[in-house]
Design a protein around this ligand. Sequence first.
Ligand code: NDP
Length: 270
Amino acid sequence: MTTRWQDAPQADFAVLGKPIAHSLSPMMHGAAFQVLGLEYRYVALEVEPEELAPALDFLRDKGYEGVNLTVPLKEAVMPLLDNVEDFALACGAANCIRLDDYTGINTDGPGFIETLHDLEIDERKDVLLIGSGGSAASIGLALVDIGFNLRIWSRDPNNAARLAARLGDQASVSVELDPKGVGMLVNATPASLFGESLPVLWGRCDPDAVAYDLAYGMQLKFLDDAAAHTRMCVDGLMMLMEQGALAFEWWLGLPAPRDAMLSCLLEAKL
Ligand code: NDP
């Protein structure tokens, strides 16, 4: 069921976007509050980009402390903020807002990086970043910051070129989806959610590469296609947990109960 922001219940935190009914964030944050005995409430609310300014004011006046933003609001929020952390400013997008001072941060890229620890990605090899939207910008910037070189492919090469220019010397445009010599392929498009394959030249993929799709919660075409060619396939569930955990910690100043958050997401996925 979808709740419009004008009908927001009394609560403390929310995820805003459109569509929003499918979001697992309320369940994940609810599990975190419950395990720590915190009496906070986190809900999902539908907001269109042109309604974002009145929606934020309304929620702040209603006593909400913070919101997460998802498609299509992460970029739209930027001109509405009074304070923006440097990383979010460089991405041009924020996914986590504190409402008492209208400060915005971006936890997508840092959350993604947290998920790489156990994947043993070869840091000497390039990453093939697929897509050039908000999450590609955040993840691309975070990867460049820790020293990776990126090849960026987008169905519109002009968008790939714009993102590469923004990320600097460590990023270049890939005209074909050619994974030769790549240590990790990151699908930062929603193609899998539509059941669509991407035109990856899988036969040229190194068998030790990791295929990572940011989407989650269903059978993912990208990972199905990758399975026969790569060492490991990873979906976006762990990233969802990590970006949420970083938001939790920023809002509340408490360590996030990651195990409880992940367990609840894994249960929801089954
Ligand atoms: P955006 O809309 O900002 O960007 C989407 C990108 O994908 C654009 O480059 C767009 O190209 C491209 N694209 C869209 N449809 C297709 C298609 N059918 N084939 C090829 N390219 C396509 O979205 P986000 O960056 O916010 O999100 C992208 C994905 O990442 C989504 O699946 C989202 O659910 C997931 N995500 C997961 C998170 C997690 O925590 N696991 C966090 C954030 C995002 P064009 O510019 O040409 O339209």
